[in-house]
Design a protein around this ligand. Structure first.
Ligand code: ATP
Ligand code: MG
Length: 268
């Protein structure tokens, strides 16, 4: 079976996209023994801190730099190894000047290139809209997960993101992406407003992920240390995402008629 490409998106910034991508990548690679590639589509280049830890950047070793000129529009990408089962691909600043028409050109070629790679899952951390890189990240994926904080503007960004998914599917022949889940995280308990929560549930219905990621400073600390399950408190924070990963994997398994989830093994 070819790899499965899942992007994490929301047109609103600060909606836990990067945190969710990094932790889901950790669970799939470390706890489910899947081969995973994480792609950073964001010019802010921040997910690398969650991969390695802000304090451990000397660990970042470039495995190879390749030019995708033949496959994907003259773009340079950098591969890094994070752990046995987890690799990381970034664009540096080469996405900064990506125009809309270049993005349209890049999507089919980049997707074809990614599909040739030997991974079980490719997770794409998207920047907020309205950047061409954001459309590219969604356009290359098989599935997208909308990640939202439980706040009005983040919910609003989720509705806009759904529009973007629909527009990409309708306007570009090369795009065939399915919205598979809407994931909520609580950053600040005061903003977890019951009325708004009902509104997004009424709208997205079965697409909602059942569990909500609770507010925890552990997720913020992971920027410094990198996502790891060395200690109980970090393990607990990562575990909050396990039912989320299981639910998303079950939906994808159902969609393609094949079990893609597999057993969970938490080593420590
Ligand atoms: N469940 C949570 N509890 C507390 N803080 C959280 C939680 N999830 C994420 N955060 C924090 O919220 C901030 C925004 O999260 P994150 O960077 O993942 O969002 P993003 O959608 O990727 O943002 P951007 O649009 O800038 O890329 C970060 O400081 C992160 O550590
Ligand atoms: Mg981000």
């Amino acid at each position: 079976m070819k790899n499965i490409i899942i992007s994490v998106s929301n047109s609103k910034g600060g909606s836990a996209k990067t945190t969710s991508t990094a932790i889901m990548g950790f669970i799939l690679s470390e706890w489910k023994n899947k081969k995973v590639l994480i792609i950073d589509m964001d010019q802010q280049n921040q997910i690398k801190y969650l991969m390695y830890g802000y304090d451990n950047q000397d660990k970042i070793k470039e495995v190879k730099e390749s030019s995708l000129s033949s496959e994907a529009g003259g773009t340079t990408v950098r591969y890094n190894k994070v752990s046995k089962n987890l690799d990381f691909l970034s664009f540096g600043t080469s996405l900064v000047s990506l125009t809309n028409s270049e993005s349209v050109d890049l999507i089919p070629r980049f997707k074809k290139y990614l599909k040739s790679l030997n991974y079980d899952f490719i997770l794409v951390d998207n920047p907020p809209a309205f950047q061409s890189a954001s459309n590219t990240g969604v356009g290359i994926s098989d599935y997208t997960v909308i990640s939202t904080m439980t706040q009005t503007l983040s919910y609003d960004g989720s509705f806009q993101q759904e529009d973007t998914v629909n527009t990409l599917n309708e306007t570009l022949d090369s795009v065939n992406v399915k919205l598979i889940a809407v994931l909520r995280s609580i950053k600040d308990r005061n903003n977890h407003n019951a009325k708004n929560s009902q509104r997004i549930k009424d709208y997205f219905q079965d697409l909602m992920v059942k569990d909500i990621i609770p507010s925890s400073t552990e997720y913020q600390n992971m920027v410094d240390t990198g996502v790891n399950d060395e200690r109980a408190k970090e393990r607990r924070a990562i575990r909050k995402y396990l039912s989320v990963v299981d639910e998303i994997m079950e939906r994808i398994s159902k969609d393609i008629g094949e079990d893609v989830n597999g057993k969970t093994w938490i080593g420590k």
